[in-house]
Design a protein around this ligand. Structure first.
Ligand code: MG
Length: 403
C-alpha cells in the first residue's frame, strides 16, 4: 500500500478546525486527521505532500521520523511543523486501523478504559466566540455581530455559578473555568503583582462555583500562563479550600522551576503541557516532579503515537494524563483512543460547548453522552466527517479537500 496524495480543509468554528486527508492506492482507502490551528498550517501540510507520496502508511513511526528529519531546519524540535505532523500521524493511524479492521486504540496497546471521561471547558461564563490562529477575534457567518463580546458581568461569581449549573445539566461531572480573565482581559499582559482585591475576586468566584455544583463535581481553574510564581502561590492558597481538580498553567511552563515552586507550596494539584511538544518537551517537568497532570494536545504535541509515549512516561513519574483539546469531534475521538489506552488517564478536555454545530460535523451520533465518550469498535479513528454539514462552515480562502 502506498500514499498517493494529501489534501486539507478548514472549518471556521470557535477556532480553525484544520483537517488533513491522506489518500492511498488501496481501493479508495483514505484517512483523515485533525491539526491544532497555526498560521500558514495548510501551506505547511501542502509542502509535506511530496514527502509522503509513495510511502507505505503502515510504517507509522518511520513516516513520522522521516517528516521530522525533513523538517529539522524548519522546527522539528518544537513548533508548528508538529501541528502539521500531528494531524498526519492521526490520518496515518486512521488508514492503518481501517486497513487491518481495528480501532486506533488497538495500535496503541489495546484499551484499558472502556469509556473516556470528558470535562467541559466552560470558559468564563457565557462565551460564544471565534478567534484566528493568532487569537484575533472574528465573527464567522454562524455568529451574529456583537456576539463574543465580554461585558464585565460575565466575570461575576453569579455568572460562573449559573454556567456551572448549566454544564452539570448537560451531563458533565467535570468542568474547567478561566480564573485569570477575572482580573486580566484575554490578550492583555499583567506587568504587576496581583492586588488583594483581585485575589479576593478569584476566591469568591471559585467558592461560588463550588457551592453551585456541590462536592461531587470536579472543577479545574485555568490561568493561561499569566502569573509569576509568588502570585500563582497566592492564587493556589486562595482557592485551596474549594478543592479544585487542578490549577492549570499558573506560570509559563518553559521554566519548570517556577511550576515546581507553585506545586511545592500548596496542596492544589498542578496541570500544564498544552503548549509543549514531544516527550522532550515534558520531560524536564516530569523529572522535577513539578506537576500532577500532564496535558499534551494530541493535535499538536507530535500526534497519537507521541501522546501515548508522553502518557506512558508520565505514568512512570506518577503523573496523570489529562489531554488539552480544542478540536472538532474527529480530533477529540483521536485523543479518546490515546486516553482509552493509557493507564494513567484521568479526564479529556472538550472545548465545543458553545459551537452550535459541533455535533453535526460527523455522521455518527454525538460522541459525548453523559459526560463520557464510549470507545468505538469501528476501524480507524471511528468517526466520519459529515462533509455536507462541515462544508457550510468552510473557512473562506481555504481549499475544501480536493474540490
Ligand atoms: Mg489551558
Amino acid at each position: 500500500m502506498k500514499i498517493t496524495g494529501l489534501s486539507t480543509a478548514v472549518v471556521e468554528a470557535n477556532l480553525d478546525y484544520t483537517y488533513v486527508r491522506l489518500y492511498t492506492d488501496e481501493d479508495g482507502l483514505e484517512g483523515t486527521g485533525e491539526c491544532f490551528p497555526a498560521p500558514g498550517l495548510t501551506a505547511i501540510l501542502g509542502d509535506m505532500e511530496g514527502l509522503l507520496i509513495g510511502r507505505d502508511p503502515r510504517e507509522l513511526e518511520r513516516n513520522i521520523r522521516y517528516l521530522a528529519r525533513k523538517g529539522s531546519g524548519a522546527g522539528s524540535s518544537a513548533g508548528i511543523i508538529w501541528n502539521a505532523i500531528s494531524g498526519i500521524d492521526a490520518a496515518l493511524h486512521d488508514i492503518v486501523g481501517k486497513f487491518y479492521g481495528i480501532p486506533v486504540y488497538q495500535l496503541l496497546g489495546g484499551k484499558i478504559h472502556d469509556s473516556v471521561r470528558v470535562y467541559a471547558d466552560s470558559h468564563a461564563g457565557e462565551n460564544k466566540s471565534s478567534i484566528s490562529a493568532m487569537h484575533e477575534k472574528r465573527v464567522p457567518k454562524w455568529m451574529k455581530e456583537g456576539e463574543g463580546e465580554r461585558p464585565p458581568e460575565i466575570y461575576m461569581p453569579e455568572a460562573y455559578a449559573k454556567r456551572a449549573k448549566e454544564v452539570v445539566g448537560k451531563g458533565f461531572d467535570a468542568m474547567k473555568f478561566d480564573l485569570d480573565y477575572i482580573v486580566i482581559p484575554p490578550g492583555d499582559e499583567l506587568y504587576r503583582p496581583l492586588t488583594n482585591t483581585e485575589l479576593g475576586k478569584m476566591e469568591t468566584v471559585a467558592r461560588a462555583v463550588r457551592e453551585a455544583v456541590g462536592d461531587e463535581v470536579d472543577v479545574a481553574w485555568d490561568c493561561h500562563f499569566r502569573f509569576k510564581p509568588a502570585d500563582a502561590i497566592r492564587i493556589a492558597h486562595a482557592i485551596e479550600s474549594t478543592n479544585p481538580l487542578w490549577l492549570e498553567d499558573p506560570c509559563p511552563p518553559e521554566n519548570w522551576r517556577h511550576i515546581a515552586e507553585v506545586k511545592r507550596a500548596s496542596q492544589v494539584r498542578i496541570l500544564t503541557g498544552e503548549n509543549l511538544y514531544l516527550v522532550y518537551g515534558v520531560l524536564p517537568l516530569l523529572e522535577a516532579q513539578a506537576i500532577d497532570f500532564i496535558a499534551p494536545d494530541v493535535q499538536k504535541c507530535g500526534g497519537v503515537a507521541e501522546s501515548k509515549k508522553i502518557a506512558d512516561i508520565a505514568d512512570r513519574y506518577g503523573v496523570s494524563l489529562a489531554p488539552h483539546n480544542i478540536s472538532s469531534p474527529l480530533g477529540l475521538m483521536a485523543a479518546a483512543h490515546v486516553c482509552a489506552a493509557s493507564a494513567n488517564f484521568a479526564v479529556l478536555e472538550y472545548h465545543g460547548l458553545d459551537v452550535p454545530f459541533w455535533n453535526d460535523l460527523i455522521e455518527e451520533e454525538p460522541i459525548i453522552q453523559g459526560g463520557r465518550i464510549a470507545i468505538t469498535v469501528k476501524p480507524g479513528i471511528g468517526v466520519t466527517l459529515n462533509e455536507s454539514a462541515a462544508r457550510q462552515y468552510a473557512k473562506p480562502g481555504e481549499r475544501w479537500f480536493r474540490e
